[in-house]
Design a protein around this ligand. Structure first.
Ligand SMILES: NC(=O)c1ccc[n+]([C@@H]2O[C@H](COP(=O)([O-])OP(=O)(O)OC[C@H]3O[C@@H](n4cnc5c(N)ncnc54)[C@H](OP(=O)(O)O)[C@@H]3O)[C@@H](O)[C@H]2O)c1
Length: 306
């Protein structure tokens, strides 16, 4: 009897400590991030990464770089890996390279950039600039940006992959008008990754592109998960529904992101993140339970009613 009570007490202390640890309140190891495998290699990536469009584009002064350095440091400390950037994002690519180098975190990261040039020579030049800006001999993923000169650039990217300078090849889209060509290319080309827009209020990609990616064994990176903040405006002044706690969701950002990463075809998602407060919130979407199919429908209905 005595033994049993002691055991129960030990178990209770154990689970309280686990809860505290997973919420990060003891300042110890935060809970591990949910991961998904890249089909073509089996390599696993955390489902939440960082997008660097807009906020990262404009940062040039030392003061503007402070929060971005903190975001990267904390991201790596918490097991984050995927950073998505592009040569066309102003200062973002160079800033990622500079801060990652300064923090010494390159080995733990998965750096994804893009090529958006037209013509073989212009493409090669742009890619070499990305290597210099990112300050790395090997880029994890280069994707053809918005299908631009796709046949030429894919040829170059495959050569670079063959030579071991990049690890994965992909392509991106972010508008429904690009989808017909995007789908045709998915059916005819072998790609490691696709990147496409998908959000709780923008679900077009789920009708063909996401199932096709699963069929073709392509990893999926989601862009514009908040529709650039459109979703936050839609729920402004509203409380989270009480049932959100059933899938460990504590904020609207987690609500929107957990919807995305619970889609079975999605590998990871790259919300635009330039503040530590947002980083910690967004990484929460890669922890705990995810909504099941029935709950996902309930989430869609809530947003469709707004
Ligand atoms: N064709 C392409 O290849 C393509 C196209 C578009 C985007 N992308 C990639 O996808 C990434 C994501 O898209 P995006 O950055 O344009 O839009 P987004 O991720 O849909 O939204 C970013 C906005 O959400 C806000 N935000 C982030 N976390 C938040 C949080 N926890 N709580 C409240 N607000 C939060 C940010 O606010 P603040 O403004 O206050 O920081 C920012 O304005 C890009 O950064 C880029 O890497 C690729």
């Amino acid at each position: 009897m005595h033994e049993t009570r002691r055991d129960l007490l030990k178990a209770a202390i154990g689970s309280a400590a686990t809860l505290l640890l997973s919420s990060g309140r003891l300042g110890a190891q935060p809970a591990p991030l949910i991961e998904r495998a890249i089909h073509s290699s089996g390599e696993r990536l955390p489902v939440i990464g960082i997008g660097t469009a807009r906020r990262w584009e404009q940062a040039t002064t030392p003061a503007e770089m402070v929060p971005l350095r903190d975001v990267l440091r904390q991201f790596a400390e918490r097991g984050g890996k995927v950073i998505d950037t592009a040569p066309s994002y102003g200062n973002a690519e160079a800033l990622v390279g500079e801060l990652v180098g300064e923090l010494g975190i390159r080995p733990s990261l998965f750096l994804a950039t893009k090529v958006g040039a037209v013509g073989r020579e212009a493409g090669l030049q742009e890619i070499e600039t990305s290597f210099r800006r990112l300050r790395t001999p090997r880029i994890d993923l280069i994707a053809v940006h918005n299908l631009r000169d796709i046949a030429t650039q894919l040829r170059t990217l495959r050569e670079l992959k063959q030579a071991g300078r990049i690890r994965y090849v992909g392509m991106t889209a972010s508008f429904p008008r690009q989808y017909p060509e995007f789908e045709r290319t998915m059916r005819t080309e072998t790609l490691d990754f696709i990147q496409v827009d998908y959000a709780l209020d923008n679900r077009a990609a789920a009708s063909t592109i996401l199932p096709l990616a699963a069929d073709r064994g392509m990893a999926v990176m989601i862009n514009l998960p908040f529709g650039r903040g459109r979703l936050f405006q839609a729920v402004q002044g509203r409380e989270l529904p009480p049932w959100a706690s059933s899938f460990d969701c504590a904020s609207w950002a987690q609500f929107f992101l957990k919807y995305i990463v619970s889609h079975p075809a999605v590998t990871c998602c790259v919300p635009g993140t330039a503040k530590v407060e947002y980083l910690l919130d967004n990484l929460g979407a890669a922890q705990g339970k995810l909504p099941d199919a029935a709950m996902r429908r309930q989430m869609e209905e809530l947003i469709d009613r707004l």
